[in-house]
Design a protein around this ligand. Structure first.
Ligand SMILES: [Zn+2]
Length: 451
C-alpha cells in the first residue's frame, strides 16, 4: 500500500520530527508560557495546508486551532490534543534527561512523549502521508491543541463558549491519547469521568491552644473528622444526601458490553498489594463499579502537630482535601452544593466547603460512527479486536468540547502499559508509534466513508 510505503520511507525523518517536538520543555503548570510549543504545532499544521489561529484568554498559554481539508467534505472530524506536559520531577529517577529525547531498546524516552506529543505528531504525519499519496483529505478536520491540560484545562470551557460555533458541526471527535493493553490490544474509550475537588475547612478557637482546654474549647480537627465521617459509610457507600440520585446507571446494553471487557481483577490486586477491593466487589462487577460509580476520596488532611515527639496542642484549624470522581449526571457545582447542604443538615454549618477545581463527566455511545471507525482502524492495522470502554476512570475536558455540542468522541493512541505517563522515564515503543501513524490514516479513511 502506497501510504505504508511513504511512512516506511520517512521513518528517520518522522522520528527526528517527534524528537524535536519533545525537546520543547512545555511544562505550562510550572510557568512556561506555552508559545514555543504552540508555534511548533502551528507551523506543523500549516505545513499540511491548515488555516491556523491562536485563541488566547487572559495571557494563558494559547490554544492552537487549525482547520484543514475540503470545506465541502461530507464529514467533519474534531481532534483534541494538548502540547503541555507534566513536570519532570523527580529528575534523579530519569535514566536520560527528560527534555533530551533518547532512543534505546526500540523506545523513545522523553517527558510528554506518550502524554501526548507522539499522538499529535503521528496524527500530523498520517495526514502528511495521506496528502502525499492521495492528494486531498477525504474529510474536513478541525483541530484544537491546548496548553493547560496537565493543569486541569482551566480555560477550555471559556474557549468553547467563545469559539464553539467554529467546531460545533463536527460529526465526531478524536480525543488526545490512548494505549495498547498488556495483551497488545488497542484500548479505545468514549468518555471520561469528571472531578469535583473540594476543600473542607473547620475553625475552632482564635488560635491553637494548650490541650488542657479540651474540656471546654471545641477542637477544629475533631469537628472536621466528624463532618468527614458523614460523607461515606464504612461499607464504602457515599452517604452525601441526594448525591447517588444523580448517578445515571448503565443501561442493559452498556452493562452487557462492559461485563464482556477483559479485566484482570487478581492482577490489579496483586499490583497494589491489597487483598480485596473496596465493597468486596470482584470480577466484572468490579469493572462496572470502576467505570460507573462516583468516588469520594480524602486526598489529604492537615491540622495540629504531626512532627516528631509530642506537642500537646488543641488545633484551631483543620483542612481536608476531598475529591469526587464524577459520572453523568453529576457536576462539580452540584456536588459542592449537595455536600454543603448535607453538612448543614447534619449540624456542621461551621465547616466551610470550597470548590477548588472541577471538570464535568463525559460519555458517548460505544457504537457511535466515530468509535466504530476507530474500532475498524484497529482491526485494519492491528489485526485484532480492540477493547472499547464507555469511559475511562480518569478526567479531562471532554464535556466542554464534545458532550456540550452533542459530538460523540473516541480516544486512541500510541502508548502502552509501560509508558510511565506522569512518571520518570516516560516512553513510547517505536513500533507502536509507526503503527499509530497507519492507524490514524485508516481511521480517517473509515470515518470519511462512514464505516
Ligand atoms: Zn497527562
Amino acid at each position: 500500500m502506497a501510504l505504508a510505503e511513504y511512512v516506511r520511507a520517512h521513518r528517520e525523518q518522522f522520528l527526528e520530527e517527534l524528537i524535536a517536538f519533545c525537546r520543547i520543555p512545555s511544562v505550562t503548570a510550572e510557568g512556561d508560557d506555552g508559545w514555543e510549543a504552540a508555534r511548533w504545532v502551528a507551523r506543523r499544521l500549516e505545513a499540511l495546508g491548515a488555516d491556523v489561529a491562536f485563541w488566547g484568554i487572559n495571557g494563558a498559554p494559547p490554544v492552537v486551532y487549525a482547520e484543514l481539508g475540503p470545506a465541502n467534505a461530507s464529514r467533519t472530524l474534531l481532534i483534541y490534543n494538548h502540547y503541555d506536559v507534566q513536570p519532570a520531577d523527580p529528575l534523579d529517577l530519569w535514566e536520560t534527561p527528560p527534555f533530551e529525547p533518547h532512543v534505546r531498546g526500540g523506545h523513545l524516552y522523553a517527558r510528554g512523549v506518550a502524554d501526548n506529543k507522539a499522538n499529535i505528531v503521528a496524527r500530523a504525519q498520517a495526514l502528511e502521508a495521506w496528502l502525499a499519496v492521495q492528494g486531498e483529505l477525504p474529510l474536513r478536520i478541525k483541530w484544537i491543541v491546548e496548553g493547560e491540560e496537565e493543569n486541569s484545562s482551566p480555560h477550555v470551557a471559556q474557549v468553547a463558549a467563545q469559539h464553539g460555533e467554529r467546531f460545533a458541526d463536527a460529526d465526531g471527535c478524536l480525543w488526545e491519547s490512548g494505549y495498547k493493553d498488556s495483551a497488545g490490544r488497542h484500548v479505545l474509550y468514549c468518555g471520561l469521568k469528571g472531578i469535583a475537588y473540594l476543600e473542607l475547612c473547620s475553625r475552632g478557637a482564635a488560635q491553637d491552644l494548650h490541650s488542657s482546654w479540651g474540656t471546654l474549647v471545641p477542637n477544629a480537627a475533631w469537628r472536621l473528622v466528624w463532618a468527614l465521617a458523614t460523607l461515606k459509610a464504612e461499607d464504602e457507600t457515599i452517604t452525601v444526601e441526594g448525591l447517588m440520585d444523580h448517578v445515571r446507571p448503565p443501561d442493559p446494553a452498556e452493562l452487557e458490553h462492559v461485563r464482556r471487557l477483559p479485566f484482570d481483577a487478581a492482577a490489579i490486586r496483586e499490583r497494589h498489594a491489597i487483598s480485596e477491593f473496596v465493597g468486596g466487589v470482584d470480577g466484572p462487577d468490579a469493572l462496572v463499579r470502576h467505570l460507573y460509580a462516583p468516588t469520594c476520596t480524602i486526598c489529604g488532611l492537615c491540622s495540629g502537630y504531626g512532627g516528631p515527639g509530642t506537642k500537646t496542642v488543641l488545633p484551631a484549624h483543620a483542612v481536608a482535601k476531598v475529591d469526587f470522581r464524577l459520572v453523568p449526571d453529576l457536576t462539580p457545582e452540584l456536588v459542592r452544593d449537595l455536600v454543603e447542604a448535607h453538612l448543614r443538615r447534619r449540624g456542621f454549618a461551621d465547616v466551610e466547603v470550597i470548590l477548588v477545581d472541577g471538570v464535568r463527566p463525559a460519555r458517548s455511545p460505544v457504537d457511535s460512527a466515530v468509535a466504530q471507525a476507530a474500532a475498524a482502524a484497529a482491526r485494519d492495522v492491528g489485526g485484532h479486536e480492540p477493547v472499547i470502554y464507555p469511559n475511562m476512570a480518569a478526567s479531562g475536558p471532554m464535556y466542554d468540547l464534545c458532550d456540550a455540542f452533542g459530538i460523540p468522541a473516541v480516544g486512541f493512541g500510541v502508548g502502552w502499559p509501560g509508558s510511565n505517563v506522569h512518571a520518570p522515564n516516560e516512553n513510547v515503543r517505536l513500533d507502536d508509534y509507526f503503527e499509530g501513524i497507519l492507524m490514524m490514516a485508516a481511521f480517517v479513511e473509515r470515518f470519511a466513508q462512514g464505516t
